[in-house]
Design a protein around this ligand. Structure first.
Ligand code: SAH
Length: 566
């Protein structure tokens, strides 16, 4: 199974040197350091336990530079649950010991050996099969699938008990292994794509060498594919991917079928399934089953990258205000899978660090439509593309621009892209949360920028919203090019609100050097505000009281008029 780059988790500065050495072994590996204790980590975290469990549940390999016991106790609650089991290793802070703990089938021993070699020590391998044979038989390389795990375990213990083994079929990765081979052996490892019930004492390993070209019209595709493979006496475990025509790229039935069969879906331009199959896998044997399904069997595992292309993906994501803790997990996962990242340079930097293989396209903040079109061009080539916004992408940001570009386009390839908008914590909500709950009742969100709308509309909306006694959240309150608008806006609001009205100013919320100020409408002047500030203006019911730790709590009660009895 292919895992993402490992997370290297450290608790103190003392481990940084060892962490850096390990980082060199894995492109894309990030060092996660405990906030306030580690300087110079790629990511900082506040809670060790929560962080480790989150990584584990996201199936991220974990290299923790701390006592093995701490890691075990932290992950223990998750171990009984079925689900992801990424490799987990404990490494001594000074790099003197490497202990693989979990994820035997995910290649933890392979990682332990690589890390140990990098640190010039021996890995603490305790898996007997692996020690004896130098490989984990139950973890064949990518391109191969193990038939049955439980049978496999019994098979390995028989081998360990001293039995010999025969290898049938091509298993190049076992050439290096120190297996007790004997052509007369009772036990056998069988590598092949034929469908059959394993004989007693037989370990089946399937090369993923079969492609099935399908037409989207076939009813109940997953069953039809299984049936076709069965009729051709080909094991479903050998299925490497489904292939379909470019024209059906956005077809949901195809996507669901691939998901259900647990294989990737690729596309190419050809008419008719047998032509699809024939052209994509050279030298393959093509079996045409029913109309609408053709099977191509290669002599070796298929290289997915050489088979057509994937459906491109475009995700418009919100980073949240800045702090990594406030970024939603779906956004983190999207950034990890991205081939291309587009956005205003400041935000692209905030979304990093990135791996060397990820392409960054930084542009000026004002080139939004151009950026949106560029994103579609890249995604239409089959790439996984991310467009970044700060806060939420749907709030005065890229999501609307991306949809506008798509709406204007008649390019079928753009409309076939797998487009998704992933939300983020918007600046108004992040600021409100820090102040308390100033937006706890009805509120109105406005951008004061008149770049894309006439100032007269802004004035009218301000007037009506202020009159309606809505709390107000102002984005883009002021800039060098728009120096007078905020003063004007405050004047309009002042016609409907008293000078005592509560105002919250949040600057760089969730970013280094953030400030939060609670003031009043009467005391607010435009020079206290810049383009990195969120302005929240309370309604007539918004109130303030002191916090024990200093400063103030601000909230707008949920009720209006007479307080209901509770
Ligand atoms: N999509 C963003 C808003 C983009 S408009 C979001 O949902 O937050 C840019 C404006 O948002 C800025 O002028 C500022 O008013 C506000 N803003 C964005 N990030 C902020 C932050 N971290 N702290 C305070 N205000 C912020």
């Amino acid at each position: 199974m292919a895992h993402s780059a490992p997370a290297i988790v450290i608790l103190g500065n003392g481990s940084l040197a060892t962490a850096r050495k390990i980082q060199q072994l894995y492109s894309g590996a990030l060092i996660h350091g405990l906030a306030d204790r580690v300087e110079g980590a790629d990511r900082s975290y506040r809670e060790f336990g929560a962080t480790l469990r989150e990584l584990y549940q996201q199936d991220t390999p974990i290299i923790a530079l701390c006592a093995a016991g701490i890691v075990i106790r932290t992950l223990a609650p998750l171990l009984l649950e079925k689900g992801a089991e990424p490799p987990v290793l404990a490494v001594a802070e000074d790099g003197s010991a490497v202990v693989p703990l979990l994820g035997g089938l995910g290649g933890v021993n392979v990682m332990a050996r690589a890390i140990a070699a990098g640190l010039d020590v021996a890995a603490a391998i305790t898996t007997s099969g692996e020690l004896r044979f130098g490989t984990c038989l139950l973890n064949p390389p990518s391109g191969y699938a193990l038939g049955d795990l439980e049978l496999g375990k019994r098979f390995v213990s028989d081998l360990l008990a001293g039995q010999s083994v025969r290898i049938e079929g091509a298993a190049p990765w076992l050439d290096q292994a120190q297996l007790p081979e004997d052509p007369q052996a009772r036990l056998s490892i069988h590598v092949g794509s034929a469908e059959r019930t394993p004989a007693a004492n037989e370990l089946m390993i399937y090369p993923r060498s079969v492609l099935v070209a399908v037409s989207a019209e076939v009813a109940d595709l997953p069953s039809a594919v299984r049936m076709a493979l069965h009729q051709a006496k080909i094991a479903v475990q050998s299925l490497a991917c489904l292939l379909a025509s470019d024209l059906d790229m956005a077809n949901p039935a195809l996507r669901e079928a691939a998901l259900e069969l647990g294989v990737p879906l690729r596309f190419t331009s050809a008419s008719g399934v047998s032509e699809l199959a024939r052209h994509t896998v050279p030298h393959a044997t093509v079996v045409t089953a029913d109309s609408g399904i053709a099977i191509a069997v290669a002599s070796q595992p298929l290289e997915l990258a050489q088979i057509g292309r994937a459906r491109g993906r475009l995700a418009v994501i919100g980073l949240g205000p800045g702090a990594a803790e406030l970024m939603v997990p779906a956004v983190k996962a999207e950034l990890a899978r991205a081939n291309d990242v587009l956005g205003y340079e400041t935000y692209v930097r905030m979304a990093g660090p990135f791996r060397d293989d990820q392409v960054l396209h930084c542009t000026d903040n004002r080139e939004e439509m151009q950026r949106a079109r560029h994103a579609f061009e890249l995604a239409a080539q089959g790439r996984s593309v991310v467009v970044v916004s700060s806060g939420d992408p749907g709030v005065f940001a890229m999501a609307a621009a991306v949809l506008e570009a798509l709406h204007e386009s008649s390019e079928p390839a753009w409309h076939s892209v797998d487009l998704e908008i992933l939300p983020g914590v918007s600046a108004s909500l992040a600021t409100a949360a820090q102040a308390g709950a100033p937006l706890g009742h009805d509120f109105c969100v406005m951008s004061l920028s008149d770049n894309l709308k006439p100032w007269a509309i802004i004035e009218k909306r301000l007037d009506l919203a202020a009159e309606a006694d809505l709390a107000l959240a102002f984005y883009n309150p002021i800039s060098r090019a728009r120096p007078w608008q905020l003063g004007q806006a405050l004047e309009i609001v002042g016609r409907h609100r008293t000078p005592e009205t509560v105002v919250v100013l949040g600057r760089d919320i969730g970013r280094p050097g953030q400030t939060l100020r609670v003031t009043t409408l009467g005391a607010l002047t435009p020079d206290q505000v810049d383009m990195r500030t969120m302005v929240l203006i309370g309604s007539s019911t918004t109130c303030v009281f002191p916090r024990a730790e200093g400063g103030k709590w601000v909230y707008t009660p949920r009720w209006y008029g007479d307080k209901p009895t509770s």
